[in-house]
Design a protein around this ligand. Sequence first.
Ligand SMILES: [Zn+2]
Ligand SMILES: [Zn+2]
Length: 282
Amino acid sequence: MSLLTRDGWLEAHAYLRPVGELCTRIERAAAGLDAENAAIPDWDLYAADYRAGVPLLASPDAAIELEPAGKMLESLVGRLASDSAGGKVASEASALAAELRARPGASRLVMDWLLGEEAFDPPSPGLLRYLGWTAAARYLFPVVDAFGRWRDEELWHRKYCPTCGSPPAMGQLVGVDPGRQRFLSCGRCGTRWRYRRTQCPFCENDSQKLSVVAVESEGGLRIDYCDTCKGYLKTYDGQGNEALMLADWTSLHLDVLAHDRGLERLAASLYDLESLRPQAAE
Ligand SMILES: [Zn+2]
Ligand SMILES: [Zn+2]
Protein backbone atom coordinates (compact mmCIF):
# COMPACT_ATOMS: atom_id res chain seq x y z
CA MET A 1 0.00 0.00 0.00
CA SER A 2 1.23 3.49 -0.75
CA LEU A 3 2.84 5.49 2.04
CA LEU A 4 1.30 8.55 0.49
CA THR A 5 -2.18 7.95 1.84
CA ARG A 6 -3.29 8.10 5.44
CA ASP A 7 -4.48 4.49 5.37
CA GLY A 8 -1.25 3.28 3.82
CA TRP A 9 0.77 5.23 6.33
CA LEU A 10 -1.19 3.78 9.26
CA GLU A 11 -0.82 0.31 7.82
CA ALA A 12 2.95 0.70 7.84
CA HIS A 13 3.00 2.38 11.27
CA ALA A 14 0.39 0.57 13.32
CA TYR A 15 1.50 2.20 16.59
CA LEU A 16 0.29 5.57 15.22
CA ARG A 17 -3.25 4.28 14.86
CA PRO A 18 -4.63 5.58 18.21
CA VAL A 19 -3.44 9.12 17.57
CA GLY A 20 -4.53 8.90 13.91
CA GLU A 21 -8.01 7.82 14.92
CA LEU A 22 -8.26 10.56 17.49
CA CYS A 23 -7.26 13.18 14.90
CA THR A 24 -9.80 11.80 12.43
CA ARG A 25 -12.54 11.92 15.04
CA ILE A 26 -11.75 15.52 15.92
CA GLU A 27 -11.49 16.53 12.26
CA ARG A 28 -14.91 15.02 11.62
CA ALA A 29 -16.44 16.92 14.51
CA ALA A 30 -14.77 20.13 13.30
CA ALA A 31 -16.01 19.60 9.74
CA GLY A 32 -19.59 19.77 11.03
CA LEU A 33 -19.13 23.21 12.63
CA ASP A 34 -20.82 26.27 11.22
CA ALA A 35 -17.69 27.76 9.73
CA GLU A 36 -17.15 31.43 10.22
CA ASN A 37 -14.15 33.00 8.55
CA ALA A 38 -11.92 35.79 9.76
CA ALA A 39 -12.05 39.00 7.72
CA ILE A 40 -8.96 39.77 5.63
CA PRO A 41 -7.12 42.66 7.31
CA ASP A 42 -5.94 45.84 5.62
CA TRP A 43 -2.35 44.81 4.78
CA ASP A 44 -1.17 48.40 4.51
CA LEU A 45 -2.10 48.98 8.14
CA TYR A 46 -0.19 45.87 9.22
CA ALA A 47 2.92 46.40 7.03
CA ALA A 48 4.99 48.30 9.66
CA ASP A 49 4.36 45.63 12.31
CA TYR A 50 5.30 42.91 9.82
CA ARG A 51 8.65 44.56 9.15
CA ALA A 52 9.18 44.88 12.91
CA GLY A 53 8.57 41.13 13.39
CA VAL A 54 5.15 41.33 15.04
CA PRO A 55 3.05 38.27 14.13
CA LEU A 56 -0.25 39.00 12.46
CA LEU A 57 -2.46 37.85 15.35
CA ALA A 58 -0.47 39.93 17.84
CA SER A 59 -0.74 43.12 15.81
CA PRO A 60 -3.28 45.70 17.06
CA ASP A 61 -3.13 47.31 13.59
CA ALA A 62 -4.13 44.07 11.84
CA ALA A 63 -6.97 43.79 14.39
CA ILE A 64 -7.95 40.19 13.65
CA GLU A 65 -11.15 39.42 15.55
CA LEU A 66 -10.59 36.13 17.41
CA GLU A 67 -13.75 35.78 19.43
CA PRO A 68 -15.65 33.88 16.67
CA ALA A 69 -12.88 31.24 16.72
CA GLY A 70 -13.45 30.92 20.47
CA LYS A 71 -17.14 30.35 19.81
CA MET A 72 -16.30 27.69 17.21
CA LEU A 73 -14.07 26.05 19.81
CA GLU A 74 -16.92 26.00 22.32
CA SER A 75 -19.17 24.29 19.74
CA LEU A 76 -16.41 21.79 18.94
CA VAL A 77 -15.97 20.95 22.63
CA GLY A 78 -19.76 20.51 22.91
CA ARG A 79 -19.86 18.19 19.90
CA LEU A 80 -17.13 15.96 21.28
CA ALA A 81 -18.75 15.94 24.73
CA SER A 82 -21.96 14.56 23.22
CA ASP A 83 -20.16 12.21 20.80
CA SER A 84 -21.87 8.82 21.01
CA ALA A 85 -18.49 7.09 20.53
CA GLY A 86 -17.83 8.25 24.11
CA GLY A 87 -14.56 7.25 25.76
CA LYS A 88 -11.88 9.35 27.38
CA VAL A 89 -12.12 12.19 24.86
CA ALA A 90 -15.86 12.62 25.42
CA SER A 91 -15.50 12.74 29.20
CA GLU A 92 -12.59 15.19 29.03
CA ALA A 93 -14.60 17.32 26.62
CA SER A 94 -17.58 17.30 29.02
CA ALA A 95 -15.38 18.64 31.82
CA LEU A 96 -14.03 21.31 29.46
CA ALA A 97 -17.53 22.27 28.33
CA ALA A 98 -18.60 22.74 31.96
CA GLU A 99 -15.50 24.84 32.69
CA LEU A 100 -16.10 27.08 29.65
CA ARG A 101 -19.79 27.51 30.49
CA ALA A 102 -18.90 28.66 33.99
CA ARG A 103 -16.61 31.43 32.67
CA PRO A 104 -17.98 34.75 31.52
CA GLY A 105 -16.29 35.76 28.25
CA ALA A 106 -14.86 32.25 27.79
CA SER A 107 -14.61 32.49 23.98
CA ARG A 108 -12.30 35.51 24.25
CA LEU A 109 -10.37 34.22 27.25
CA VAL A 110 -9.60 30.86 25.69
CA MET A 111 -8.20 32.47 22.50
CA ASP A 112 -5.98 34.79 24.57
CA TRP A 113 -4.80 31.74 26.50
CA LEU A 114 -3.99 29.90 23.25
CA LEU A 115 -1.86 32.85 22.20
CA GLY A 116 -0.11 32.90 25.58
CA GLU A 117 -1.54 36.27 26.52
CA GLU A 118 -3.80 35.18 29.37
CA ALA A 119 -3.58 32.75 32.28
CA PHE A 120 -6.16 29.99 32.38
CA ASP A 121 -5.98 26.65 34.14
CA PRO A 122 -8.43 24.31 32.39
CA PRO A 123 -8.79 20.59 32.98
CA SER A 124 -7.16 18.71 30.04
CA PRO A 125 -5.14 21.68 28.77
CA GLY A 126 -3.53 19.52 26.07
CA LEU A 127 -6.89 18.57 24.58
CA LEU A 128 -8.19 22.13 24.80
CA ARG A 129 -5.08 23.43 23.05
CA TYR A 130 -5.46 20.88 20.27
CA LEU A 131 -9.17 21.59 19.81
CA GLY A 132 -8.56 25.32 20.06
CA TRP A 133 -6.05 25.37 17.23
CA THR A 134 -8.18 23.00 15.16
CA ALA A 135 -11.05 25.49 15.37
CA ALA A 136 -8.80 28.54 14.96
CA ALA A 137 -7.02 27.11 11.89
CA ARG A 138 -10.40 26.64 10.19
CA TYR A 139 -11.52 30.12 11.10
CA LEU A 140 -8.22 31.68 10.00
CA PHE A 141 -7.71 29.68 6.80
CA PRO A 142 -8.62 32.48 4.31
CA VAL A 143 -6.42 34.95 6.20
CA VAL A 144 -3.44 32.55 6.30
CA ASP A 145 -3.92 32.01 2.58
CA ALA A 146 -4.15 35.73 1.74
CA PHE A 147 -1.24 36.51 4.09
CA GLY A 148 0.93 33.98 2.23
CA ARG A 149 0.24 35.77 -1.03
CA TRP A 150 0.82 39.24 0.42
CA ARG A 151 3.96 38.91 2.49
CA ASP A 152 7.49 39.29 1.25
CA GLU A 153 9.31 36.25 2.71
CA GLU A 154 12.63 38.11 2.47
CA LEU A 155 11.43 40.49 5.17
CA TRP A 156 10.66 37.79 7.72
CA HIS A 157 13.25 34.96 8.05
CA ARG A 158 12.36 34.60 11.72
CA LYS A 159 12.20 31.51 13.88
CA TYR A 160 8.54 31.99 14.78
CA CYS A 161 5.34 31.85 12.78
CA PRO A 162 4.45 35.15 11.07
CA THR A 163 0.76 34.48 11.72
CA CYS A 164 0.52 33.25 15.31
CA GLY A 165 4.06 33.55 16.73
CA SER A 166 4.59 29.83 17.46
CA PRO A 167 7.96 28.13 16.98
CA PRO A 168 7.86 25.75 14.00
CA ALA A 169 6.56 22.20 14.38
CA MET A 170 8.35 20.87 11.29
CA GLY A 171 10.38 21.86 8.26
CA GLN A 172 10.13 21.26 4.53
CA LEU A 173 12.71 21.38 1.75
CA VAL A 174 11.39 22.56 -1.59
CA GLY A 175 12.98 22.66 -5.03
CA VAL A 176 16.40 21.57 -6.28
CA ASP A 177 19.87 22.96 -5.71
CA PRO A 178 21.16 25.61 -6.07
CA GLY A 179 17.74 27.20 -5.60
CA ARG A 180 16.56 24.85 -2.90
CA GLN A 181 14.63 26.49 -0.10
CA ARG A 182 13.63 25.57 3.39
CA PHE A 183 10.25 26.37 4.84
CA LEU A 184 9.17 26.08 8.44
CA SER A 185 5.70 24.80 9.18
CA CYS A 186 3.45 25.93 12.02
CA GLY A 187 1.61 23.11 13.80
CA ARG A 188 -0.99 25.51 15.21
CA CYS A 189 -2.32 27.70 12.39
CA GLY A 190 -0.86 25.86 9.37
CA THR A 191 1.29 28.73 8.04
CA ARG A 192 4.48 27.87 6.17
CA TRP A 193 7.25 30.44 5.97
CA ARG A 194 10.74 30.61 4.50
CA TYR A 195 13.84 30.28 6.67
CA ARG A 196 17.57 30.08 5.98
CA ARG A 197 18.67 26.59 4.97
CA THR A 198 21.59 26.21 7.35
CA GLN A 199 20.47 28.24 10.35
CA CYS A 200 19.09 26.59 13.48
CA PRO A 201 15.46 27.67 14.00
CA PHE A 202 15.89 27.45 17.78
CA CYS A 203 19.25 28.93 18.86
CA GLU A 204 19.72 30.71 15.50
CA ASN A 205 23.31 29.49 15.23
CA ASP A 206 24.42 29.23 11.62
CA SER A 207 26.99 26.45 11.35
CA GLN A 208 26.75 26.50 7.53
CA LYS A 209 25.49 22.95 7.83
CA LEU A 210 22.86 21.16 9.87
CA SER A 211 23.43 17.52 10.76
CA VAL A 212 20.95 15.09 9.30
CA VAL A 213 19.61 11.73 10.39
CA ALA A 214 18.22 10.11 7.28
CA VAL A 215 15.45 7.63 7.94
CA GLU A 216 15.00 4.77 5.50
CA SER A 217 11.67 4.30 3.72
CA GLU A 218 9.88 7.05 5.55
CA GLY A 219 8.36 8.83 2.59
CA GLY A 220 10.93 11.64 2.49
CA LEU A 221 11.06 12.41 6.21
CA ARG A 222 14.35 13.09 7.97
CA ILE A 223 15.65 14.64 11.16
CA ASP A 224 17.74 17.82 10.90
CA TYR A 225 19.54 18.79 14.07
CA CYS A 226 21.81 21.49 15.40
CA ASP A 227 25.16 20.53 16.95
CA THR A 228 25.11 23.63 19.13
CA CYS A 229 21.79 23.32 20.98
CA LYS A 230 20.86 19.70 20.07
CA GLY A 231 17.46 20.88 18.94
CA TYR A 232 16.03 18.96 16.00
CA LEU A 233 13.42 19.58 13.39
CA LYS A 234 11.59 16.81 11.56
CA THR A 235 11.85 17.74 7.92
CA TYR A 236 9.86 16.64 4.91
CA ASP A 237 12.20 16.46 1.95
CA GLY A 238 9.51 16.27 -0.68
CA GLN A 239 6.45 17.84 -2.16
CA GLY A 240 2.90 16.97 -2.93
CA ASN A 241 1.97 15.26 0.30
CA GLU A 242 2.27 18.09 2.81
CA ALA A 243 -1.08 17.55 4.49
CA LEU A 244 -0.03 14.10 5.68
CA MET A 245 3.72 14.52 6.12
CA LEU A 246 3.64 17.88 7.91
CA ALA A 247 0.79 16.86 10.21
CA ASP A 248 3.35 16.10 12.95
CA TRP A 249 1.41 13.16 14.42
CA THR A 250 2.28 11.08 11.34
CA SER A 251 5.95 11.18 12.37
CA LEU A 252 5.77 10.92 16.16
CA HIS A 253 7.94 7.81 15.89
CA LEU A 254 10.75 10.04 14.61
CA ASP A 255 10.47 12.04 17.84
CA VAL A 256 11.13 8.84 19.76
CA LEU A 257 14.13 8.12 17.52
CA ALA A 258 15.52 11.63 18.02
CA HIS A 259 14.94 11.47 21.77
CA ASP A 260 16.84 8.19 21.93
CA ARG A 261 19.78 9.90 20.21
CA GLY A 262 19.91 12.56 22.91
CA LEU A 263 18.32 15.23 20.76
CA GLU A 264 15.77 17.61 22.17
CA ARG A 265 12.38 18.53 20.81
CA LEU A 266 12.44 22.31 20.88
CA ALA A 267 9.86 22.44 18.10
CA ALA A 268 6.31 23.26 19.13
CA SER A 269 3.96 20.32 19.49
CA LEU A 270 0.26 19.93 20.09
CA TYR A 271 0.79 16.28 20.98
CA ASP A 272 1.68 14.92 24.36
CA LEU A 273 4.79 12.95 23.48
CA GLU A 274 5.24 11.38 26.88
CA SER A 275 1.86 9.67 26.76
CA LEU A 276 2.64 8.36 23.27
CA ARG A 277 6.05 6.95 24.07
CA PRO A 278 5.01 3.55 25.41
CA GLN A 279 2.90 2.92 22.32
CA ALA A 280 5.70 3.96 20.01
CA ALA A 281 8.09 1.59 21.77
CA GLU A 282 5.96 -1.46 21.06
ZN1 LIG B 1 1.14 29.76 13.28
ZN1 LIG C 1 20.54 25.29 17.64
